[in-house]
Design a protein around this ligand. Structure first.
Ligand SMILES: CCCCCc1ccc(-c2ccc(S(=O)(=O)CCO)cc2)cc1/C=C\c1ccccn1
Length: 240
């Protein structure tokens, strides 16, 4: 895929998104406010507006037992599972499978009254990252979704307002080998998940509506998605 015209953008975006995702909420600048908490899941947001539009960056951290970073990224990246966990999705088109780890999507999301319906066109790239701390244990896995322009899907021509998004899912598998030296089972693993997203709604939507949507939808999405991965993997061999 390194020959594809998007490749330089993908390389640059993945590098910048992963380094930002690795920063704790305390480090990457002030202004992160905790807005939702549920067990191990903590969701933070920053209140930001661009041209009067709410684009509140979101950062969620979660630790889930019994699954690996590869399994989380695989179910997030692969189109065949998306309708199972993405409740706001109305329609998804795989525009181009650039390579086995890079796909171009067009998605329409269900209309959220009183705002107009939204669609998104983005490339999605999944990658294993060498662990820079050289800690032993499995590597990191990431999926980055980045809006891009596609001539065959011009923005704001039909019923939908085009959103512009940047999303990074960064996963680290934690293995706690059993004392008796036996094989590692799902009871001995967990996954540290960092989910970062910035969604520019594209066209006007009331700040109160957008903030209510994000406050309601993001916690629901992360809980539902991680529960889905657990259900899909629990009786299967572990994939690191
Ligand atoms: C007025 C409403 C405007 C927002 C509409 C909207 C736009 C984009 C998106 C969205 C959210 C997550 C992704 S992803 O993480 O890349 C996974 C692949 O689907 C891509 C798109 C959603 C939603 C609408 C609802 C909403 C908002 C947050 C969280 C969940 N749902």
């Amino acid at each position: 895929a390194s020959s594809h015209p998007l490749w330089p953008d993908i390389e640059r975006k993945v590098a910048s998104q992963v380094s930002m995702a690795k920063l704790g909420v305390g480090e990457c600048g002030a202004g992160w406010q905790l807005f939702a908490e549920d067990g191990e899941m903590k969701m933070y947001r920053r209140e930001e507006e661009v041209d009067g539009l709410v684009v509140d960056p979101l950062k969620a951290v979660h630790v889930v037992k019994g699954i690996t970073g590869f399994e989380v990224c695989h179910h997030f990246f692969s189109p065949q599972y998306r309708y199972d966990w993405e409740t706001t999705l109305e329609h998804m088109v795989v525009v181009e499978t650039i390579s086995e780890d890079t796909i171009l999507f067009q998605q329409t999301h269900k209309r959220i009254w009183p705002a107009s319906q939204r669609d998104a066109v983005f490339w999605s790239h999944m990658r294993r990252l060498p662990d820079d701390q050289d800690r032993e244990g499995p590597d990191l896995w990431t999926v980055v979704n980045q809006s891009t322009e596609l001539p065959q899907y011009p923005a704001n021509t039909g019923k939908c307002v085009r959103v512009y998004l940047t999303v990074c899912l960064l996963c680290q598998t934690l293995v706690n080998p059993p004392k008796n030296g036996g094989p590692v089972t799902r009871d001995d693993i967990s996954c540290k998940i960092t989910y970062c997203s910035v969604v520019n709604p594209g066209g006007w939507a009331p700040a109160s509506v957008l903030r209510a949507v994000y406050k309601r939808e993001y916690p629901k999405f992360l809980k539902r998605f991680t529960a889905y991965v657990m259900s899909k993997t629990k009786d299967k061999p572990i994939r690191f």
